[in-house]
Design a protein. Structure first.
Length: 227
């Protein structure tokens, strides 16, 4: 649909991390969705504690042009995702981050870049992305000011990660007013055909089961489903 699906049309659901597979609950992004290999499958947002768990670039039922990849964006954004959207984002616990993303209706807008920081000519040229956050509940306010808040996604060379060399890995540095604000890896745990990728998948399940890491619902994760 042209408009973004209202939150009251979503159900909150919970699943066991160990039960995740090609059938869900997180949607598997595929080549048939028009996505490049670096965006296919399902990804683990590492080191996020009780916050984000798995995400996917797959199409969703969020509407409003969200979760749709294009190489020729009219607004400069190659991809937009609703954080907490329909089976494309999940959380280890229904804690502060869970409440915040719904309160803001947080959207991440991806402006893809090639190795020179320019708009990529082909999908094979994609090497990074500038991520611009926006809040639908604040009249669509966008913070397109990297000098103030700089969210990046930087694609690692295939096979180069010291631990997850069988996975696609995007580095996720962030900075506030030019000062480093944190770093984590976005690690592919399932490929574009829904196959588990090891050791990343098992490491995510182990992380999910660790109550010292993921809050009050160890072994489970939470997500929204649009009706």
């Amino acid at each position: 649909m042209d408009h973004i699906c209202p939150w009251e049309n979503y159900d909150t659901q919970t699943s066991q991390c160990s039960a995740t597979d090609a059938n869900g609950p997180i949607r598997v992004a595929t080549a048939a969705d028009g996505l490049p290999p670096a965006m296919q499958g399902v990804f683990w947002l590492t080191e996020q504690g009780d916050s984000s768990a798995l995400m996917s670039f797959a199409p969703s039922k969020d509407g409003g042009g969200l979760s749709t990849f294009t190489m020729t964006p009219s607004d400069g954004y190659h991809f937009k995702i609703r954080v907490g959207g329909d089976r494309v984002w999940s959380f280890h616990d229904q804690a502060t981050s869970w409440e915040l993303v719904e309160g803001l209706d947080l959207i991440y807008n991806f402006r893809m870049e090639d190795a020179n920081g320019e708009a990529p000519s082909t999908v094979d040229d994609i090497a990074a992305a500038q991520i611009i956050p926006s809040a639908e509940n604040l009249n669509g306010l966008e913070l397109d000011a990297p000098s103030v808040l700089n969210f990046r996604a930087e694609l690692a060379t295939a096979g180069s990660h010291s631990k997850y060399n069988t996975s696609v890995v995007w580095g996720r540095p962030s900075a506030v007013f030019g000062f480093e604000g944190g770093y984590y890896d976005l690690v592919q745990v399932m490929d574009g055909e829904g196959n588990n990728i090891e050791p990343a998948f098992s490491d995510w399940v182990s992380y999910c089961n660790d109550a010292a890491q993921t809050g009050d619902s160890p072994g489970a994760f939470h997500y929204k489903v649009a009706q």
